[in-house]
Design a protein. Structure first.
Length: 226
């Protein structure tokens, strides 16, 4: 039985992955580093900001101490906020899908590697904030995706107001990357992938793959949790 849906954010709700890449690269200009589009989608897209910068350090590309990452994240967040004011947009089919879930009284949450302020700004500007009962962002977890901590925390938060408690196998996660799908699978939840960032072959961990969320019916979701 379907009782909740948890969404990734960037690349699922909003078409913002390219804005994150631009913000990363602008923040890295003082350090003489640029992440190529191919490298970002291959190696970094599923990471939180912290994990992305740490990977650059670990790969001996970014020559700073790990303690300095928080300062770069603040700069990147400022850049990203400016970009979203003029360039962020909701992905096709999202509004209809969220309304369908609301019409069927299905609680919704977001679990993202982005910062809370970034998520809130884009949700408010797109008029989608009211759909989501809970948001779990990068600051709230110790380990980002592919670790399942964020999805499990999202479910825990939903269960603070849901009775009887929702079991993991009554929940669907929606992702656009293999990192997120691995986290969803390891959380014991059902998985749907959208091909906004990667093609279907790279999302084979998902139980169901779609091009747009509005292709899915409530019966499709219920069958997944049957």
């Amino acid at each position: 039985m379907l009782r909740a849906v948890i969404f990734d954010f960037d690349g699922v709700i909003t078409d913002s992955e390219v804005l994150h890449l631009r913000a990363f690269n602008q923040s890295l200009v003082p350090y003489g580093i640029e992440i190529s589009t191919k490298d970002y989608y291959t190696n970094y897209l599923g990471f939180s900001d912290f994990d992305c910068y740490k990977a650059l350090i670990d790969n001996d590309l970014l020559k700073i101490d790990e303690q300095q990452i928080s300062d770069i994240i603040k700069e990147k967040s400022k850049i990203f906020e400016e970009l979203t004011k003029t360039e962020s947009r909701t992905i096709e089919g999202v509004h209809e899908f969220l309304q369908m879930l609301e019409d069927n009284n299905i609680p919704m949450a977001i679990c993202s590697g982005s910062l809370l302020v970034e998520i809130e700004i884009m949700l408010e500007e797109s008029g989608l904030r009211h759909y989501f009962a809970e948001i779990v962002s990068a600051e709230q977890v110790k380990k980002g995706k592919p670790n399942p901590e964020g999805f499990l925390l999202s479910l825990k938060k939903l269960n603070e107001t849901c009775q009887p408690p929702i079991d993991a196998n009554e929940c669907i996660i929606i992702e656009d990357s293999h990192w997120g799908l691995q986290a969803g699978k390891d959380s014991g939840m059902h998985t749907i992938a959208v091909t906004n960032s990667y093609d279907a072959e790279q999302l084979s961990l998902a139980e169901k793959i779609v091009a747009h969320l509005n292709e899915l019916t409530i019966d499709d979701l219920q069958q997944l949790c049957a």
